[in-house]
Design a protein around this ligand. Sequence first.
Ligand code: ZN
Ligand code: ZN
Length: 181
Amino acid sequence: MRITGYQSHGVAASVALVNAVTCDEGDDSPEALRAVLRDNGFFWQDFEDAHADAFRSWAWSLRRFFEAGELTQAVAVLNELMLETPMHPHLSEHGGLGLHMHYAPPSARLPLRFRATTLMHISTMVCEHGLARSGVCAAPDCDRVYADTSRAGRRRFCSETCANRTNVAAFRARRRARRDG
Ligand SMILES: [Zn+2]
Ligand SMILES: [Zn+2]
C-alpha cells in the first residue's frame, strides 16, 4: 500500500487548490492560496503574490482531471498536462523530510514545482486506482472536488457535511416512496 504514504500530499494539495479557485464558495486570494500550500506541506514561504495567477490557471487545468467521467479522458488530460510541464526528476533531501523525489528542474520556481509535484502524485494515484478515488462531490448542488487517500477509499463527497445531508435526503426520499407507494 503506497497510496497512504507521504506521496499523497500533492493529491490533497490539488483538491484544496481546485476547491479554493474554481468553486462558488472558494477563495482564490493570495492569502488563501498561501494557506493551501502551507496546509499541504509545500514551500509556502516561496509564494509571492505575483504567483497567484499561475496557481489559479493551474487549478482550472487540474479541474479538468477531476471532472473527467471516464478513465481514457482523465489519462488524456494528464498526459496533455505532462507534455506542457517541464520535468527534470531528481532526488532531494531537505528540512528533515527524508529522501524524496522532486519532479521540476532544480532551478524551477514555486508555481512550476507545484505543478510538477501535483501532476505526478495524481498520476500515481490514477495508475494505482483509476478514477475510483477522486472526482466531483456526489452531493447534487456541490461543485467541490475530492480525492480519497485513505486505505478504504470509499469516499464520494467533498466533506462529511455533504455526505450527511445527501444521505438524509436519500433516506427521506425512500421513506416518502414507501409511504406513497
Ligand atoms: Zn522536497
Ligand atoms: Zn460537497
